[in-house]
Design a binder for this molecule. Sequence first.
Ligand SMILES: [Zn+2]
Ligand SMILES: [Zn+2]
Length: 326
Amino acid sequence: MSMHDIWESIIAFYEPTLEILGLWTLGLPLFITVIAMIFIISQKWQKPLTLRSLFNAVFPKDQYAHASSRVDIWNGILLLLVGFPLVGVMAISGIAIADHVAVWFNTEFGTRSTLIESSWLLVSVQFLAYFLSVDFVGYWVHRWCHTNPLLWHLHKPHHTAETLTPWTLFRQHPVEFFGLNIIPAVVGGAFTGLVLHATGTTILPGTAAAVGTAAYIAFFVIDVFSHVHIPVSYGWMNRIILAPVMHNLHHSMEPHHWDKNNAVILTLWDWMFGTLYLPKKNEVWRWGCNDEEYGNANPHKTLRGFYIDPFITLYKHLRDGKSSNL
Ligand SMILES: [Zn+2]
Ligand SMILES: [Zn+2]
């Protein structure tokens, strides 16, 4: 293999990351503008509007200078460098899995005649099958991370965040990021394969485009916004789609908020399966895991603790047969 080939393979490996970073460049000005607008409206701003006061509203110093945010940002950079190519490949693999599963069913049980002729209806069915199944499995994986004591050790680092910024989205332990994020794409892909077989069709280009667009909206509009420091509410839509206030509450350290609002995109699953918590008017909460592991006692206040502590608590749990943290 020549140097040129090695270089080409590195470029190919990082292509999904570069694409995502390109989208981020497009999304960032939009994000800053929207946060500034939301701040002005939600605070019914009395002070004179200056560029400095707007900048402070979008990037509050007490959030970004906090030790918790530093862990989010450094881990986020690491995940972007190492992880995003893999996650990009995984996300694309979901569609590839759907195709392979459909071929397997067709070989085993014979090809069925096409049920749906209209291409827009077909794209809608294929898109909804993939999006709803991936999001449904995402909800359950997240919910199990909270209820299964072993999985909790891996998900807990996301909840020891004491500040919220868009970087907190990347506050995921690498084992969780690589190990658990792949499950929805695999299961959703397999289910979509079954739908393809049942409807006697193959993935249409329109479906792939719709999945790409939905992934962009899911990432920028829903997941990035779900970690902003301002608890933006979508009103009655809070029962359907994840508004910032709903995930903001998921990060609450108040015991009566624990394990609520597990949605990745659709809060509809929380509503259907009894984990929805609509914040009351003027309800306030602190961000963090619990009172015992807060501030100086936070086991993940440094990057070292963030990476190592889950392995230690998991090891102790397996050794003692019970969790010391639950
Ligand atoms: Zn959680
Ligand atoms: Zn979160």
